[in-house]
Design a binder for this molecule. Structure first.
Ligand code: F6P
Length: 372
């Protein structure tokens, strides 16, 4: 039976001493760990900064676990002070580093995590991650009894239980800017431009970026596409005097089986587990072959994930960080911060990781209106 670390957690009510500005709860010298795992995204540093700044108001100390779960396995844990988080709000990436190391990959990982947890006398852990990381956090909390609180992040916006994740707005801004730029060159050369964007399982980035950039066609994994229909539409546009068009393709978009133009080798290459990419180039090639319209291809790739977060993402990430701290103070283990409408709430990880949040039909229909 694993030791229940959640029982070790201590806090006291201050009874409104004025020491804490949101809640009358002060953590008694609690040592809170924070880690960022999985793919990075803009806004991670804003969360780290918010947690540290919130903790500074009280007696709690925050420790940065470097490179995701790997830092807990390898004992790479550093104290975070006000100066360590100074100036990081506008910075992309994560000052803590990240990795896709999973504690459940090897039995020895769990034992080393236990030893390092006790060595650093951690009282709670804030895990900032996407769907996979939050599932691991849920299992570490449920099966291994660690006092864990989650914060959802990903440019893909596919984590369940929250309206938005931070990072998404920044990625959509990058895509929008790219489409604006592609518009002018497409128009000058009377070409079709195919833009491939990230999104792994879902079409959130493609649909939002496509709507914001005024794309003519948006292809998403939730709705397998017919290239014959796309080409008819492009010819129709050309007949009406619009010789250029912009097509946004999500990296995991697929043709309907009856119109599959991908060889088995193509599919293996494009839809690799955990490493997607390449559908845009083949879509562009096929469009040119069928329609006869000159077509070019751009893959935006990691540019979408890098750089400074937008104001929206900075604010959301900061709110999530403060909420996560408050959830630690309230011992709301196995929950994550989530955006519901305008409110940031505490949401059960069990429910959040049950399934990927697919692109909403409403958003898809908005994008679809401009297609044909
Ligand atoms: O962070 C999510 C994501 O950006 C996906 O959209 C993309 O498929 C994937 O990460 C790429 O991640 P990696 O860093 O493993 O190449």
């Amino acid at each position: 039976m694993p030791r229940d670390y959640r029982r070790d957690f201590k806090f006291k009510q201050t009874g409104g001493s004025g020491k804490s500005f949101f809640h009358s709860v002060v953590l008694m010298s609690v040592r809170i760990g924070i880690l960022t795992a999985g793919g990075d995204c803009p806004g991670l540093n804003a969360v780290i900064r918010a947690v540290v700044r919130r903790a500074l108001v009280e007696d709690a100390q925050v420790f940065g676990v470097r490179n995701g779960w790997r830092g807990l396995i390898e004992d790479d844990i550093v104290p975070l002070t006000r100066s360590s988080v100074s100036g990081i709000l506008p910075r992309g990436g994560t000052i803590l580093g990240t990795s896709r190391t999973n504690p459940f990959d090897e039995a020895s990982h769990l034992e080393r995590i236990r030893l390092n947890w006790e060595k650093h006398e951690l009282g709670a852990l804030i895990v900032v991650g996407g769907d996979g990381t939050l599932r691991t956090a849920r299992d570490m909390w449920r099966e291994h009894k660690y006092p864990i609180v989650g914060v959802p992040k990903t440019i893909d916006n596919d984590v369940g239980g929250t309206d938005f994740t931070f990072g998404f707005d920044t990625a959509v801004s990058v895509v929008t800017d790219a489409i604006d730029r592609l518009h002018s060159t497409a128009e000058s050369h009377h070409r079709v431009m195919v833009v491939e964007v990230m999104g792994r399982h879902t079409g959130w980035i493609a649909a939002y970026g496509g709507i914001a950039g005024g794309a003519d066609v948006v292809l998403v994994p939730e709705h397998p596409f017919r290239l014959s229909r796309v080409c008819d539409f492009l010819r129709h546009r050309a007949d009406q005097g619009n010789a250029f068009s912009i097509i946004v393709v999500a990296e995991n978009a697929r043709p309907v089986p009856e119109e599959n133009f991908l060889s088995e080798e193509n599919s293996r290459e494009i839809y690799r587990q955990g490493r997607l990419g390449g559908i845009g180039m083949l879509v562009a090639r096929e469009i040119e072959r069928i329609s006869g319209i000159e077509t070019r291809f751009t893959q935006l790739g990691y540019v979408q994930r890098g750089g400074s977060p937008t104001a929206f993402d900075r604010v959301l990430a900061t709110r999530f960080g403060i909420k996560a701290y408050d959830m630690v103070a309230a011992s709301e283990w196995g929950h994550m911060a989530a955006l519901h409408g305008r409110r940031v709430v505490s949401f059960p990880l069990d429910e959040a990781v049950r399934e990927i949040k697919k692109l909403s039909e409403e958003i898809y229909h908005v994008a679809e209106l401009f297609f044909g």
